[in-house]
Design a protein around this ligand. Structure first.
Ligand code: 48F
Length: 251
């Protein structure tokens, strides 16, 4: 029986890995921006895999606002919230919802649409090609190996598009800016300014260089835009927008 369990797990996991070793889209980070992008891309039929460093998904959602289990959204995100079947109440011209429902329903739609979320895997570098310069995939490592400090070489996943949805540190664009001749620096985000932060993040969401895209709070870090705290409409709109841009580019 024990060997049967082992074989079944390894065979099924390997089947998935063999399938997404060549993906249409790799999304790095399963926070609100990554999950939203994953759902909209997989719905369009793109082979989409999300690598998430932690064993849980949702990124900054779970903690709500300073551990109060509610998050706020602007009313103009109602259409996206309805798409994910997320319930809200209206308050002070905002929409409020439970952080647990928000995480669960974003992830559930993403998975049901056909995207694979792989937990416990970190992206530590990109693959690139020159003439023309482009990003063609990512280097991945078990997060446990990363945490242990063991010297273990990563493996690779090729993709037509890589999305940096890693949040405040824009880890993928940051590493690419140092190791690929992109001619960009990642300045980091500014202090909070909710009214303009969300709009600017959505505006700047998109392609950084051929093959590499940025969404969510990583956009603030790449373009030195203000942070917002526990208001998440911009993350949904940014995730949806990056999916639309990639779908257009891959067509
Ligand atoms: O941080 P996170 O939630 O990013 P987001 O989707 O949303 C930001 C909001 O949560 C909030 C906010 C809204 O106003 O300010 O902070 O832009 O999710 C990012 C996810 O990426 C994972 C990380 O564990 C988190 O779950 N992650 C970060 N770096 C890596 C990574 C990496 N190198 N490899 C894999 N996963």
């Amino acid at each position: 029986m024990e060997a049967k369990i082992t074989r079944a797990i390894i065979e099924e996991a390997t089947r998935d890995w063999l399938n997404f070793a060549n993906s249409d889209v790799v999304i790095v980070g399963a926070g609100p921006a990554g999950l939203t992008a994953g759902a909209y891309l997989a719905e369009r039929g793109y082979k989409t895999v999300l690598f998430e460093r932690k064993l849980s998904f949702g990124g900054g959602i779970g903690g709500g606002g300073m551990l109060f289990h509610k998050i706020a959204l602007e009313k103009d995100t109602k259409e996206i919230l309805d798409h994910f079947n997320i319930k809200t109440v209206e308050k002070a011209d905002l929409l409020l919802c439970d952080s647990s429902e928000f995480v669960a329903k974003l992830a559930s739609k993403c998975i049901d649409s056909g995207a694979k979320i792989i937990p416990g895997v970190s992206v530590d570098d990109v693959i690139f090609r020159e003439n023309p310069l482009r990003i063609t995939g990512v280097c991945i490592q078990w997060s446990a190996v990363e945490l242990s400090g063991l010297h273990v070489d990563p493996i690779f996943v090729e993709s037509k598009a890589v999305v940096d949805a890693t949040g405040h540190d824009a880890e993928v664009v940051a590493v690419a800016s140092k190791k690929v001749p992109l001619n960009i620096v990642v300045p980091g985000e500014r202090s909070a300014f909710c009214e303009i932060g969300e709009t600017k993040i959505v505006e700047k969401t998109g392609k950084v260089v051929e093959g590499l895209y940025v969404a969510g709070m990583a956009v603030a870090s790449v373009y030195n835009l203000p942070r917002m705290g526990p208001i998440f409409g911009g993350m949904l709109r940014s995730g949806k927008r990056v999916a639309e841009i990639i779908a257009n580019d891959l067509r």
